[in-house]
Design a protein around this ligand. Sequence first.
Ligand code: ADP
Ligand code: ASP
Ligand code: MG
Length: 452
Amino acid sequence: MNKICVAKFGGSSVANYEVMQNCANVVLNNPATHIVVLSASAGITNMLVDLANGHLTAEEREETMNKITAVQNNILDGLGRPQELVDEIDRHLDYIRSLAHEATLETNSALVDRIVANGELMSTRLFAELLRQRGADAVWFDVRKIMRTDSNFGKAAPVIEVIRTLAGQELVALSQSKIVVTQGFIGANSEGLTTTLGRGGSDFSAALIGEAVDASAIEIWTDVPGIYTTDPRLVSTARPIPELTFEEAAEMATFGAKVLHPATIQPAVRRNIPVFVGSSKNPRAGGTWIRTVTDTKPTFRAVAMRKNQVLLTLKSFNMIGACGFMATIFGIFAKHGLSVDLVTTSEVSVAITVDNGFSGGSSDGKSSLSEALLKDLRQVCNVTVEEDLTLIAVIGNQMSYKTGTGSKVFSAIFDVNVRMISYGASSHGLCFLVDSKDGDEVIKRLHVHLLD
Ligand code: ADP
Ligand code: ASP
Ligand code: MG
């Protein structure tokens, strides 16, 4: 059996008929590419979330439906409006309209997932037809046949072993003979109900599918030619990084490089599958290869930031000399399904950061910090909540073993208040929190001092 490549295209790459042609070029130029994973066209998921949250007036809903329809029509027009496809897209639009009305009466995360899934379902229908018109033997595939998740609607967790078994039954043989076009972001629970993996989750989907079929490579095609030393929208001197280790890429994705969903690297690491990040518009510009070993290992590789961080300071005098306080606290976070990022401790208190950001967040856009969690924490300790913080991550190699790492980083921002520092757990990263208003400036200065 031939090893195949999985190629994923993000929202801006499938925004309209014209840019979808770039994606087709990428797919057709690599004979190994037999599975194509797509996001919804740019902007569609946000509009579907608005409809699903049930707050829009009838007029606003109609306006939003018109915008969604215009995007589909642009692509359908380019394709010459084949009747069967026009009918299929109309069915999706009618379904969205009726579910959006249902959402105004009462909504919930399961309904949000049923609505937002239509973005990916439509973009894949359209792109499969575009590939066929370009002469490819392409088939549309409903990823819910294989992408089994738990029932945590809005941010469901994949069930890896089941996905592998189902992919073996439904996808592996098919992808040997055809180009399979399927959806990122969405899945189904054991009852067949539609779920989503959280915002920006299509990268994760591509990696999970790559893992399930033992792909030769997972390609993430986006609007930038690779992973940069920092977000190129923020720092004009940022430059693409030709190669990264899995550890470095995981730190970058986790701590704010939006170009990759935070969970993307895990499936690739489990099967040692190289991941490529490149630009669908400009594939010749090259990109970033992420693999186990790289030729270079610079101390400072990149800087990233994650906005909307919440710092919880948990204080209890019972902590002095006591065992089990941390276990109790982490037990409460686990019970509420919330992952903890940075942690520091003192004799009587623990400081913990929680991500309230967008990428990787729940599809319904709800804050991860619930009143129920805070209430449980308050039963065992005094809780202080600080918002409007930004997490800054400096990513590199052997950082905690090199003399002067800390002074190089902090001398660059000597006049900025640093609220918390986490360092030493991983030799690939140094993380700290600053006030949100300082975030952009800190990234710019660190880039000049450490990477320019
Ligand atoms: P897609 O829709 O293809 O999934 P995203 O918008 O999710 O694309 O991610 C691509 C964007 O990520 C880029 O346009 C860029 O602004 C942003 N980004 C943030 N950090 C980085 C980084 N370190 N390198 C490259 N892009 C980054
Ligand atoms: N369409 C989804 C989103 O906008 C998933 C993705 O694009 O990766 O979050
Ligand atoms: Mg993305």
